[in-house]
Design a protein around this ligand. Structure first.
Ligand code: AMP
Length: 228
């Protein structure tokens, strides 16, 4: 089972994907995290990726597709994955579709996490992140914190969350990634979820959306339901 979390930067994909994957017994595959892991590890892939990430641009499709392919061959992905940040271009989506069809599989559900642009800018520009577990914090409200309250990791601002890069990332989203909405809609796989609600409500709506896509998939979705 492959679930794709689609949405602009700052929509909350990273916040939701880890917990969702855990609840559903699936792997969490975040291309942003994979690239950042390579950057921190100083690998050749990391050096290449950084030169794009720092400018708010997408890493080239062939590099990204190969990295995802390798990740999906690792253990722990046998039951499927929640994909966060992939695919981000039509070429990535088509290539992923083809690879799954070749394996007799398919994407189960694509969730479009919707958030208005001013809210995205506000979220990204004021976001600090735990270096260890990636939990996001708000620069103003959580200013008193130096460490992550969940794991004690150091909090930092991502280079690409600086205002000038945020504008570029949103621009790239609208040009390169937004067309995927129509692509997956035409396949009848797209479900929209309002990403401007509380984290807990988005979580419930996501599970409800997944149950609509995959009705016989009951694991962990017992508390799923629409807003009261
Ligand atoms: P994210 O953490 O998802 O916001 O991703 C951070 C950065 O990693 C993006 O701005 C891109 O430079 C790069 N990146 C992540 N996912 C992809 C992808 N699917 N295709 C190309 N570049 C990506």
């Amino acid at each position: 089972m492959y679930i794709i979390l689609l949405g602009p930067p700052g929509a909350g994909k990273g916040t939701q994907a880890g917990g969702l994957a855990k609840d559903l017994g699936l792997a969490h595959v975040s291309t942003g995290d994979l690239f950042r892991g390579n950057v921190n590890g100083g690998t050749a892939l990391g050096k290449l990726a950084k030169s794009y990430m720092d400018r708010g641009l997408l890493v080239p499709d062939d590099v990204t597709i190969q990295m995802v392919r390798d990740r999906l061959l690792e253990s722990g992905v046998e039951r499927g994955a929640v994909l966060d940040g992939f695919p981000r271009t039509l070429q990535q989506a088509r290539s992923f579709d083809r690879a799954l069809v070749g394996d007799g599989q398919r994407i189960s559900c694509v969730i479009n996490l919707q958030v208005q642009t001013p809210e995205l800018v506000r979220r990204l520009s004021s976001r600090w992140i735990c270096r260890e577990c990636q939990t996001p914090y708000k620069a103003v409200e959580d200013m008193h914190l130096e460490r992550c309250t969940k794991c004690g990791g150091v909090l930092y601002q991502r280079d690409d969350d600086r205002p000038e890069t945020v504008a570029k990332r949103l621009d790239v989203y609208f040009t390169m990634t937004q067309p995927l909405i129509a692509y997956f809609e035409s396949q009848g796989k797209l479900v929209a979820v309002d990403g401007q609600q509380s984290i807990e409500q988005v979580r419930r709506d996501l599970k409800y959306a997944i149950r609509r896509c995959v009705p016989d998939f009951g694991v962990g979705v017992a508390d799923a339901g629409p807003r009261a």
